[in-house]
Ligand binder design. Sequence first.
Ligand SMILES: C[S@@+](CC[C@H](N)C(=O)[O-])C[C@H]1O[C@@H](n2cnc3c(N)ncnc32)[C@H](O)[C@@H]1O
Length: 223
Amino acid sequence: MVVGVLLLGVLLYYLLVVTEGVFLGRRLVVWLYDRVAGTYDARKAVDPDYEAFFLARPLQHHLKHIPNPLILDVATGTGRLPVALLAEPLFHGRVIGLDASGKMLAVAADKLRPYQFRAALVQQTADRLPFPANSFAAVTCLEALEFFPDDETAVYEMVRVLKPGGILLVTRRKGAWGKAFLYHYRTVAQFEAFLRVIGLEKVYTVPWQQEYDQVYGRKRHEG
Ligand SMILES: C[S@@+](CC[C@H](N)C(=O)[O-])C[C@H]1O[C@@H](n2cnc3c(N)ncnc32)[C@H](O)[C@@H]1O
């Protein structure tokens, strides 16, 4: 009896905490994010200088030849990437943040209020992006792919809406916490190969946080 309860506890911890509900379906993942939205930023405690140095400026560097780039941030959460980019004095573009959690987006909306018409938020899941093909100069997706039931479809969608020559920036969960996601886990080589197969070139991986790498690629021009 005690062993049974213990095993059930371990299983629930794995399904709800370690893998944040991904093996129980998208609705549960989103429901869990709705529950934690109010405390997400406090727990994350991101440092604006760190965000500028490791996120906003490298992305801006890739986009420096485009005067007013339009960026899509998939699974934007509380608006981490839009806020980091729009706070940069030399960034003159606009950012759309998309997320399935209405509560996460409500927090993002508060933070993005100072940027008015340069930021927009959309509540939608990542597997069917509500935008025409070839729309964005860059598409980003940070700390989220492993929580999508079908992460490959989501990445296909990101590449579809990216303009030829546009930049994709996604994160790859790594280490033991990455492997815990079982078939969602890919090595650096596997992940980079997948991105090349679906139409990206100049793919490379940069170590970022303890649990994540950043992976960049550029959408190939046809022909
Ligand atoms: C760990 S948070 C990352 C948020 C933000 N990108 C960041 O770096 O702080 C994961 C986000 O993915 C969103 N999410 C999970 N499944 C999703 C799906 N299928 N479609 C769109 N967003 C999803 C959650 O609502 C949550 O906001």
